[in-house]
Design a protein around this ligand. Structure first.
Ligand code: ZN
Length: 286
């Protein structure tokens, strides 16, 4: 009996060692997590709707059941009732709820993204068209200049003023200006506003809405340049952009394309709703 107890304890010890050794793969585990921003959650309203309310107070007013009410009276359905969308359908025919299906991890400790883990690439287009403009001219009317790295490069970039995005990008620019050791990654940004469809799709790029910026092409990696075969299981994640840059952007409401399975490490876009953590922090789709 004593022998069996001994074997049992030994097995338990081995198992606990194994469990503590097995950890998910972080892209950078040398530094601690960024502080989390939490929101107060009301149980009877879907979390995604609450995040939209808090992230876009200039436009959205309230919630009525499954419907998001805009200040101008527009109503948008949150959940279209289709739960079993595959990845292609999530990209091509999402609803507002689907935008939250893939969780964006804030901070420098993030998992190397698994297949199709692209938080932020799911965009319910009518929401963005309504907010930022439904044609190139409409979006263009809202663009305002931002001085990029004002004390050094001082390049003018045009970005939307809707939701104060221009002020946020200016704040990012001012902060990064003082971080000279990072300038080789950001001193020659390759674009902001550009009304275009994503190549090979009917979907508009987030650059169409004037909410996105690509930093220097040099030192960046894009999955399509590295391996254009979309159906490959593992794309071979690569990133050379320092996380200090990413953290500055995230602090001002921008997500980073470097946290996508279909990585695009030069790309940042204004998506504050995805940077709000919540106590549930559920991964709905995988
Ligand atoms: Zn981009």
């Amino acid at each position: 009996m004593r022998y069996i107890t001994f074997i049992y304890i030994l097995l338990m010890l081995l198992l606990s060692c194994f469990v503590s050794l097995w950890k998910p793969e972080y892209a950078d585990n040398s530094l601690p997590d960024s502080p989390m921003e939490s929101i107060v959650i009301f149980e009877d309203i879907p979390v995604g709707l609450q995040k939209l309310l808090q992230a876009y107070p200039d436009f959205v007013d309230s919630v009525e059941g499954n419907t998001l009410l805009w200040k101008d009276g527009t109503r948008m359905t949150f959940d279209d009732g289709f739960a079993d969308k595959d990845f292609g359908t999530l990209l091509n025919a999402p609803d507002l709820e689907d935008q939250f299906r893939i969780v964006y991890t804030k901070g420098r400790r993030y998992y190397i993204p698994e297949r199709n883990w692209d938080p932020g690439r799911i965009r319910y287009e009518p929401f963005f068209l309504k907010m930022y403009g439904s044609s190139p001219d409409e979006v263009r009317k809202n663009l305002m200049p931002v001085s990029w790295l004002p004390g050094t490069v001082n390049k003018t970039l045009m970005i939307t003023s809707v939701n104060g995005v221009n002020q946020k990008l200016q704040a990012i620019s001012n902060e990064l200006d003082a971080m000279r050791h990072l300038h080789k990654y950001i001193n020659n940004p390759s674009g902001t506003f550009n009304w275009r469809r994503i190549k090979g799709t009917e979907r508009l790029s987030s650059h169409s809405f004037g909410i996105a910026i690509d930093i220097n092409v040099e030192h960046t990696n894009y999955w399509k340049w590295d391996d254009p075969r979309e159906e490959r299981f593992y794309l071979g994640y690569v990133n050379r952009i320092p996380m200090e840059i990413v953290e500055v952007f995230e602090r001002h409401g921008f997500i980073w394309g470097g946290k996508w399975f279909h990585y695009d490490t030069m790309h940042f876009e204004y998506r504050p709703e995805l940077l709000m953590n919540d106590p549930l922090n559920e991964v709905i789709w995988n």
